[in-house]
Design a protein around this ligand. Structure first.
Ligand code: AMP
Ligand code: MG
Length: 294
């Protein structure tokens, strides 16, 4: 299954300048009707689920999917809709909110490391260690809670070093069999405003609303600058970023699905080969079962 467009247009290319403002948040629908959208999504889910079974059986590699975006960008919805066909035993979702006291007493990657997927699994991060170069960078009061030695924080390269740390961490994961793919769900401030108003108007969505979400709107430009720097410096060939136009949730979900599928296809997943002893066991078991019908 493939969409009528190439996913490489949304991949952030390493070592090239990026102007986030020029990247669209809205594109023409990638589906003809609601039925067509549902049919496409369900075909993607089925294919992702087949590959996930193979990933699980092979137990050599892991896949980590990172979702980032401003509030209301649709991270949770994308995760729910795209991954709902996957065997829950092979997939774990973690949401990262403000760090706990214990987490603040460790280095910034610590809490993410604890939740990395083991071999055979798909790990999904709804927000991630990337918040450390996003909200922590944009809001100095958040950095102030991090218990770091002042001399370290005052260094000129503090943020570029953090970006480097993340890039190297992902290189390390790649060299250990964990594939990392990152999605930035790119929404416009106008669409975010509509979605926030919707959360206020719809009683079933009230629980999602927090006054702090408005605070982030005041820092919109700061966040966009932080995202731009982050996407540009942490996209690599093995661990790429995709900027997903997310003003239309259905488009975003189809693009995310296609990227996940493409990634799984490239992972060279194969059923594990059996040892001679395992093959012999199968023959023995077959004979035993055939000879003893009751
Ligand atoms: P939500 O995704 O709507 O549940 O919100 C989670 C909140 O946690 C967001 O406001 C994030 O900015 C915040 N958050 C996530 N990671 C960190 C972090 N490392 N430091 C501070 N705040 C964070
Ligand atoms: Mg929120």
């Amino acid at each position: 299954m493939k969409l009528d467009c190439s996913i490489s247009q949304w991949r952030v290319v390493p070592d090239q300048p990026l102007k986030l403002k020029k990247v669209p948040t809205k594109i023409e629908p990638l589906f003809r009707s609601t039925e067509d959208y549902r049919a496409k999504l369900s075909e993607f889910r089925a294919e992702i689920s087949r590959w996930q079974s193979l990933l699980y059986a092979a137990r050599q590699q892991a896949l980590l999917l990172v979702f980032q975006g401003m509030d209301t960008a649709g991270k949770g919805g994308a995760i729910r809709h795209v991954m709902s066909g996957v065997n829950p035993q092979g997939c774990q979702v973690h949401s990262f909110g403000p760090p706990s006291d214990e987490e603040l007493e460790h280095d910034f990657l610590w809490r993410g490391v604890k939740r990395l997927p083991r071999r055979g699994m798909i790990g999904i991060f709804d927000r991630s260690y990337y918040e450390e170069v996003l909200v922590v960078r944009v809001k100095p009061e958040v950095l102030a809670t991090q218990l770091l030695p002042p001399a370290l924080v005052q260094r000129k390269n503090f943020w570029s070093d953090r970006l480097d740390d993340i890039r190297q961490f992902e290189t390390y994961l790649h060299r250990n069999g964990t594939k990392v793919v990152k999605f930035f769900l790119h929404v416009s401030p106008e669409e975010q405003r509509r979605r926030l108003l919707d959360r206020i108007a719809d009683p079933t969505k009230n629980w999602k609303f927090r006054l702090g979400d408005l605070d982030c709107r005041e820092h919109w430009q700061g966040f966009q600058r932080a995202y731009q720097d982050c996407l540009q410096h942490t996209t690599t060939k093995p661990s790429p970023w995709y900027i997903v136009p997310a003003d239309n949730k259905r488009n975003a979900r189809l693009i995310v699905s296609q990227v996940i599928l493409h990634t799984l296809e490239k992972m060279r997943l194969e059923l594990p080969s059996l040892s001679a002893a395992q093959e012999q066991d199968l023959i023995t078991a077959k004979h035993l079962l055939e000879d003893n019908p009751s």
